[in-house]
Design a protein around this ligand. Structure first.
Ligand SMILES: Cc1cc2nc3c(=O)[nH]c(=O)nc-3n(C[C@H](O)[C@H](O)[C@H](O)COP(=O)(O)O)c2cc1C
Length: 490
């Protein structure tokens, strides 16, 4: 699809125009069509882990690639967490991905939770809580969790451009893309057991320093997610359903015994597709073509993904994700954050955007279709009624119409919480503004993807177009230079 054919949300004048554009794309989206939507459902408090969340906004984990080499937060990290608190959102999901061991870091600036870094994380949690109280004028607090991670295939703990993958299973397309020999050995079952121990240790620290819950991450192509689709993995953690979910079950058990009383949550990629690439026939120098699925006939039946139809792997199959929700309920996991795909191999699925990141491709579909896909999957998984509260993802692309869709989504029971990712980087005050019937259009994220392009080039993430702190930084100049040299060298 050429970007000319896409709906340009910033130039729509009214909710009615948005409704017509969505209908023209054949989309069924919940929508409060009033210019001033009824936000009462968004403002409804709800109990999570025995604590009251003041409203139905959730701040997704948003990593900044700005920790110290030994895994501690910097002032930039603290600033981001303060802004998460200032949002006034009732639920803060993780702050960001925090590695449970050095080798599991996705980049050398990712935070690591160890005994000696725990006080630093406690300090930024306290700053977040204080910022929440200042912004809301209350003495309450949001419900806050920490996302615990191991980046698996995407580990780069030592240098941003030096992969040190720990694969859960071989993947013919991704192994080839990463230059891994096809006989590269997946990590052993013993390695997985030691990761569970490290995660349980980190969870106990998170509990001690004041987090309400931990997210046992299973999303975005990282370790836990890759394991869910590891049909070819031999041993105790691959192959059948029982084995592929053993990691989750053992994690839950280990965290329960290391941190009794700590809330448990899981963010998982509930749907996926094959890896995508820019269409070489429609790419020009400096301008990647629209994304197309990489050739994958040789991989069908597709036994390398989760939430995909094995016979037609560009289609979704929710039968296992539904079972996964049921399992989360049986395990007493209190909340599930529903996401999809991976930023590494199909970013348009994971975070619908008008402009691609530097390692991406032009949109293969109208990004609104991607938003609707997320919302329908979330609605279907919430309808399972398995028990966990549900957080929806990919609302940022809705831009000016986010309040209208979000209000209706919660009111009509499509989701319990509306998650905000990229939007919180440009416009941290959005939740409180929406609840008070305001919107600052100048702060709305327009999905330029610089927050992804910067870290892909070894720079900290942030909203370079709209947040003055990044816009005026020396890194902004470096980012512009790297983008321009990438354009001319293509
Ligand atoms: C800069 C950046 C950092 C992110 N960091 C994380 C992270 O640490 N953990 C995670 O689960 N997702 C992470 N995500 C994904 C977001 O949480 C979210 O799923 C995604 O941006 C889609 O939501 P949105 O449309 O509201 O932006 C990140 C995304 C971006 C753009």
């Amino acid at each position: 699809m050429s970007s000319e054919g896409l709906v340009r949300l910033p130039i729509l004048h009214s909710v009615a125009e948005f409704a017509s554009a969505a209908a023209a794309l054949g989309l069924d989206l919940p929508l409060d069509a009033a210019d001033a939507p009824d936000v009462s459902a968004l403002a409804e408090p709800i109990f999570v882990y025995g604590r009251q969340a003041a409203n139905r906004f959730c701040i997704h984990p948003m990593e900044g690639w700005d920790g110290t080499p030994d895994g501690r937060p910097t002032e930039l990290t603290a600033r981001r967490w303060e802004r998460f608190g200032r949002s006034g959102a009732g639920l803060i999901w993780g702050g960001e991905a925090v590695a449970v061991r050095h080798g599991g870091r996705a980049n050398p600036h990712q935070l690591v939770l160890r005994t000696d870094t725990a006080p630093d994380l406690e300090a930024i949690l306290q700053r977040l809580l204080k910022a929440y109280q200042e912004a809301t004028g209350s003495d309450g607090r949001p419900v806050v969790g920490l996302q615990l991670t191991h980046s698996g295939r995407y580990c780069r703990p030592s240098a941003w451009d030096r992969p040190e993958p720990c694969i859960a299973a071989n993947h013919p397309i991704l192994d080839a893309r990463m230059g891994l020999p096809s006989d590269t050995a997946p990590v052993s079952d013993g390695w997985i057991r030691s990761l569970i121990e490290d995660t349980a240790r980190a969870a106990a620290l998170a509990h001690r320093i004041g987090f309400d819950f931990v997210d046992l991450k299973h999303c975005h192509g990282y370790f836990g997610h890759e394991l869910l689709g590891a049909l070819h993995r031999p041993g105790g953690y691959g192959g059948c359903w029982e084995n592929r979910t053993r990691y989750l079950r053992e994690l839950v058990q280990a965290v329960r015994s290391s941190a009794p009383g700590l809330g448990l949550a899981v963010r998982f990629s509930a749907f996926d597709t094959v890896p995508f690439m820019p269409d070489p026939y429609r790419s020009e120098p400096g301008k990647p073509g629209p994304g197309i699925p990489v050739p994958h006939c040789h991989c069908v039946p597709y036994e390398y993904g989760f939430g995909v139809d094995r016979d037609a792997p560009t289609d979704i199959d929710l039968s296992e994700p539904v079972r996964f929700m049921e399992l989360l309920g049986q395990l007493g996991v209190g909340a599930a954050n529903i996401t999809g795909g991976s930023p590494y191999y199909n970013p348009h699925i994971q975070r619908p955007a008008l402009y691609p990141p530097s390692d991406g491709y032009a949109p293969p579909e109208d990004p609104l279709i991607g938003v609707a896909r997320h919302m329908h999957v979330t609605r279907a998984l919430k309808a399972v009624g398995a028990g966990p509260l549900v957080v929806g993802t990919a609302y940022t692309y809705l831009q000016d119409f986010l309040p209208n869709v979000a209000a209706a989504a919660v009111a009509q029971g499509w989701t319990d919480f509306v998650g905000l990712g990229r939007m919180v980087l440009s416009y941290p005050g959005m939740p409180l503004d929406v609840l008070e019937g305001r919107l600052d259009r100048k702060r709305i994220c327009r999905t330029f993807s610089d927050c992804t392009t910067a870290p892909r080039n070894g720079l900290p993430s942030g909203c370079y177009p709209l947040d003055e702190n990044y816009k005026r930084s020396p890194e902004a100049r470096l980012l512009a230079e790297r983008k321009s040299s990438a354009r001319s060298s293509r």
